[in-house]
Design a protein around this ligand. Sequence first.
Ligand SMILES: [Zn+2]
Length: 218
Amino acid sequence: MIKNWSLQDWANVAQILGLLALPLSIALWYFTRAHFEKFWKKWRKVVFVALAIVATAGAAFRGWFAWLTHPFTLPVWILILVAVLPAALLFGVLWLVVKLKELSKPAKIGPEHYITDRIFNVVWVWGYKGHLIDEGSLSAFCPNADCKCRLTFKDDNERGWSGNLPSAPVSLVCPNCGFREDFDFRRRELFPRVSVEIERRIRTGEYKKSLAVQSSAP
Ligand SMILES: [Zn+2]
């Protein structure tokens, strides 16, 4: 049956597959948004390769590679295809099996799950941009367990300007319970210092202890 298919038929199949892929991926993204990012990161190479194959096949069957079917090169082309295709398929299937085995293993807990800790006597919460700590996402919260209010910054002029500082040192103040933490450096140094401390805890592996404590907490 397939023998009777014309090049035009194959081109139509490639085109239909391509057209189906778009609404299917949109539907997939809509229904599984939460998992889609992870899924996409793992499978995007496969998707791109598949799309490239479909696009190439479509182009080929539409005659864009017609020069390949020159009488002298046609048998070679078929020979190469016949030799390469089963090997590529076998490789692809083996790769899929390995990847599926990897997927079925429980995910390792990595630093990307480390998004809060008590640093400089204050509870910090942050996010990541790629693999880097997103300094703009840093927020400070009251360490008192029954308060947990967001802390406000205070350029503490009352504490006086120490010799080297061109502006007042910063304090973090709880508007709810009155907790305060005084730092002996300026406001704009606070986030970089916290970032450096987070990075240090990640690099030493210290963050794993915090994660373990957090996951055992109610
Ligand atoms: Zn408080």
